[in-house]
Structures are given as structure tokens and as C-alpha cells.
Design a protein around this ligand. Structure first.
Ligand code: COA
Length: 319
């Protein structure tokens, strides 16, 4: 498979750390030094669907692929606008991609890597030619805006990529899950509530996170997954041109770079402007790096995601 086009979409409204400290007991200094985040985009007029559609249109235009030429759409999200129909089907309808099979994947911040791995499996059957993979999130709607330890970290947005069966970008991909550690980052869905079992309370919860536990998981898992994917491709960390990692925390990227003995220049970031956008982080960063002309043909690129589940994924691409 080959990534032949990328696109992204961010809400218009930018919320700075100072904006947050107007209603939360926090400060720009605390947020910047602990996370590297200065501001994030927050949806006001936008929805997960509208951002997913815009990112998809940009990726299709970049790829020179018409919506009718898509035979697969996979959307990774934990914040779709509706439980049903799924985000992928809503994007399909808006694009007029009537020949595509569309479904969603829930793998939180690893979602884009899981969508890429799934698209690769479908494309390698020979039955599918062009896939659209999307990571789109409106995390602001599942945040507790009184909880300073979580709401300052996240933002909203969408990223997309068009993937063709022709070409050999993907050298290796790994995915992993550890459900036993999953409660470190959770958000409860509706309770069972029916005539035979009345729920005591029937409200959705907001995201709850054990920050230090997730931090330790990320620092331990990401370099390991990257080493595994590089070993499988017969490569060393020095040979990689860029590491595009999930944008959760600058200190996590620093730690990964140190463990891989790589300079931070190889780790482009946008978290200072975007915060953590879960499944959308990696494809938005990929789109920004591609549009800035940073990636040349033949470059070796590592993509890696990690987060709720717990889940993780990494792949190495030769551009
Ligand atoms: N502003 C000011 N103080 C804050 C704060 C904020 N926004 N958030 C938390 N604090 C306080 C805490 O209440 C705590 O105060 P206390 O010592 O009086 O109890 C203190 O800061 C330290 O909290 P702690 O959670 O130990 O900080 P930390 O150094 O671990 O940093 C995170 C917190 C969330 C930045 C860090 O744990 C982290 O990045 N974890 C990974 C999270 C992540 O990436 N999740 C998504 C993965 S996809």
C-alpha cells in the first residue's frame, strides 16, 4: 500500500492556556512546562462529522482521487456525533462515495494506526483499491471542564489519508492492546436502563485519567513498539528520517527520543498548537509535515500512537 494524499481540518476557535486559567485553577506556566501545550482548537460550529468530511475532501484532492473511486472508508473516533449511523457512513454520504464499504474503529489515540493496519489488510486481499482513513475527534464534549488535570490536555480536529493498494510504502506495522491496564483512562457510556433494570443514574461520564500511570505506560511502550517495528523491517533508529508520534505530551516525546537515542529534530510536533486530539493527532501531524514539504521520496517515516484501551501501534513507511 501507499499513502497518496493527506488532509486535515481544525476548528476555528483557538483557546490559549490563559483562556483556561480564567475559569480553572491552572496557569500557562504549569501547562507549558508539564506538557508543551500552549493552545488548542475547540469546536464551536464544527462537529466530528464536519471536520472528518473536510479532512477527507482535502486528502482526496491531494491524492487526485474522486469519491466514487473509494472502495473503503475507515473512521477512527471515540467522539462520533451519533452512536448510529457511524461517522464513516456519514462521511461517505457527504462525500458521495457510494462505492465504499464504511465502518468505524474505536482504538482511541491509537485509532489512526489501527485504521491503517486494517486498511492494509483489506487492500492486500486484492479486492479493494482505494481506502480513505480518517481520525476525527471532538474531545471537548467528553471533557469535564472543571477537572484541570484532564481538560487542559485535549483539543478537537480531524486528519485523513488516502491509501492506495498500488505501491509499497508500508515496511512493517505492529499493534498491541492491554485491556488489564485500561481503567487508567476511561469514560463510561450509557448505563443499562430498561423496563427490567432501572439505572440508578443514566448519564454519560466524562474522561477520567490517572495521568502518571498513562505517562509511564506511554514512555515504556512507545520506544518498545518502535524498536519492534524497526527490527521487523531490518532497520535501525538512526536510519529513520522522521518520527511522527501521537501528540500527548512533549515530555513523552523527549523520553522516547532519549530511549531511541535520536535528536528531537526528528520528532516534529504540533501539540503546542493543538494539544492531544486522540485519533486525529497523527494524521493531522502527517498532513502538516507533508504540506510543509518536509518529507522527500525515499524518506523513512515512523508513525506511532498510544492511549486508551490501553492500545498502541507503530509502523514504518518508506515514502
Ligand atoms: N494546573 C495546575 N496544577 C495542576 C494541573 C493543572 N492543569 N493539573 C494537575 N495539577 C496539579 C495536581 O493537582 C497535583 O497537585 P498536588 O501535588 O497538590 O496534588 C500536581 O499538579 C501534580 O500532578 P501530577 O498528576 O502528579 O502531575 P504530573 O507531573 O504527572 O503531570 C500530566 C500531569 C497529566 C501532565 C502527566 O501525568 C501526563 O502527561 N500524563 C500522560 C497523560 C496523557 O498523555 N494522556 C493521554 C494519553 S493518549
Amino acid at each position: 500500500m501507499k499513502i497518496i494524499g493527506t488532509g486535515s481540518s481544525l476548528p476555528k476557535k483557538i483557546v490559549t492556556n490563559d483562556d483556561l486559567s480564567a475559569f480553572l485553577d491552572t496557569s500557562d506556566e504549569w501547562i507549558r512546562t508539564r506538557t508543551g501545550i500552549r493552545e488548542r482548537h475547540i469546536a464551536v460550529e464544527e462537529t466530528t462529522t464536519s471536520m472528518g468530511v473536510e479532512a477527507a475532501r482535502n486528502a482526496l484532492e491531494d491524492a487526485g482521487v474522486a469519491p466514487e473511486e473509494l472502495d473503503l472508508i475507515i473512521a477512527a473516533t471515540v467522539t462520533s456525533d451519533r452512536i448510529i449511523p457511524m461517522l464513516s457512513c456519514q462521511v461517505q454520504a457527504e462525500l458521495g462515495a457510494k462505492n465504499a464499504v464504511a465502518f468505524d474503529i474505536g482504538a482511541a489515540c491509537s485509532g489512526f494506526l489501527f485504521a491503517l493496519g486494517t486498511a492494509n489488510a483489506y487492500l492486500s486481499t486484492g479486492k479493494y483499491k482505494n481506502a480513505l482513513i480518517i481520525g476525527a475527534e471532538t474531545l471537548s464534549k467528553i471533557m469535564d471542564w472543571t477537572d484541570r488535570s484532564t481538560c487542559v490536555l485535549f483539543g478537537d480536529g480531524a486528519g485523513a489519508a488516502v491509501v492506495s493498494a498500488e505501491g509499497d510504502h508500508l515496511l512493517s506495522i505492529v499493534q498491541g492492546s492491554d485491556g488489564a491496564g485500561g481503567m487508567a483512562l476511561e469514560c463510561v457510556n450509557r448505563s443499562t436502563n430498561n423496563p427490567f433494570c432501572r439505572a440508578e443514574s443514566n448519564t454519560f461520564s466524562y474522561v477520567h485519567m490517572d495521568g502518571p500511570a498513562v505517562y509511564k505506560f506511554a514512555v515504556r511502550t512507545i520506544p518498545k513498539a518502535i524498536m519492534q517495528v524497526l527490527d521487523e523491517a531490518g532497520l535501525t533508529p538512526d536510519q529513520v528520517d522522521y518520527y511522527l508520534l501521537h501528540q500527548a505530551n512533549l515530555r513523552i516525546l523527549d523520553a522516547a527520543a532519549a530511549r531511541l537515542k535520536q535528536p528531537m529534530e526528528k520528532f516534529p510536533t504540533n501539540m503546542e498548537r493543538c494539544g492531544n486530539i486522540s485519533a486525529a493527532s497523527v494524521p493531522i501531524l502527517l498532513d502538516e509535515v507533508c504540506r510543509a514539504g518536509k518529507i522527500k521520496e525515499g524518506d523513512l517515516i515512523v508513525l506511532a500512537g498510544f492511549g486508551a484501551g490501553l492500545t498502541w501501534g507503530a509502523c514504518v513507511l518508506r515514502w
